[in-house]
Design a protein around this ligand. Structure first.
Ligand code: 13P
Length: 251
């Protein structure tokens, strides 16, 4: 059985003091990593503060990284900078970065390769816009993203990869995909990866993301192909984050 993975994506939220308050509030309350993987993906300046205090039941992730080892890339962060301060995960290709910061499938692919080379676990985000869904193109769009994003990875990479299916129309809108829509697309993500990489796709974890909250997570996680959630807004409150992670313990 695939262990569930609940990841909070804080986006551009929280100061250091707020992050400290959060981590002290959750540290005694999270279930163990044997039961569920819990991850906080925080802004860069908070990563060291959080990783020092992460304890045995939480892992820390970044929200982006560069694909080069080092060099003249003003404002960018390398994989080594992350691993050496205790970061385990990195979100790659979030739709906000694709839409606002020129992230392309080509850069996503380079970043995934670099993350695996350096021992980070990437959480790759894919998903369609509202317009694409209304035209019935959601599968075509997600398939094209996956084929380009995953090109040249190994089966071993795929085993450790986490993919978050995040329909853009459900992000921050309060408009969650129905659990059936989410399941259909997460199953489709697995099928596309299986066509590319074979049976190892059954070991890979696929999350749903988009307006997940305490009131809907149980239903979403009850679906057979949904192995967790990538949560934005609802991950900012300590007590809600604990409840979201608790929902991921396999019953
Ligand atoms: P919300 O949970 O705020 O809709 O954000 C989802 C998301 O983008 C997580 O990466």
């Amino acid at each position: 059985m695939r262990r569930k993975i609940i990841a909070g994506n804080w986006k551009m939220n929280k100061t250091r003091d707020e992050a400290l308050q959060f981590i002290y509030a959750i540290s005694e309350k999270l279930p163990s990593l044997d039961e569920v993987d819990s991850v906080i993906c925080a802004p860069f300046p908070l990563l060291r503060t959080l990783s020092k205090r992460q304890g045995e039941n939480l892992r820390i992730g970044a929200q982006n990284m560069h694909y080069a080892d080092s060099g003249a890339y003003t404002g960018e962060i390398s994989a080594d900078m992350l691993t050496t301060i205790g970061v385990t995960y990195v979100i790659i290709g979030h739709s906000e970065r694709r839409a606002m910061f020129n992230e392309t499938d080509e850069t996503v692919n380079l970043k995934l390769k670099k993350a695996f080379e350096k021992g980070l676990i990437p959480i790759l985000c894919v998903g369609e816009t509202l317009e694409e869904r209304e035209k019935g193109h959601e599968k075509k769009v997600v398939k094209a993203q996956l084929e380009k994003d995953l090109e040249g990875l190994t089966k071993q990479d795929i085993e450790h990869l986490v993919i978050a299916y995040e329909p853009i129309w459900a992000i921050g809108t309060g408009r969650t995909a129905t659990s059936e829509q989410a399941e259909e697309m997460c199953a489709y993500v697995r099928k596309v990866v299986k066509d590319l990489y074979g049976q190892v796709a059954d070991k890979m974890r696929v999350q749903y993301g988009g307006s997940v909250k305490v009131s809907n997570i149980d239903e979403i996680l009850s679906m057979p192909n949904i192995d967790g959630a990538l949560v934005g807004g609802a991950s900012l409150k300590a007590e809600d984050f604990v409840k979201l992670v608790e929902a991921g313990v396999n019953k």
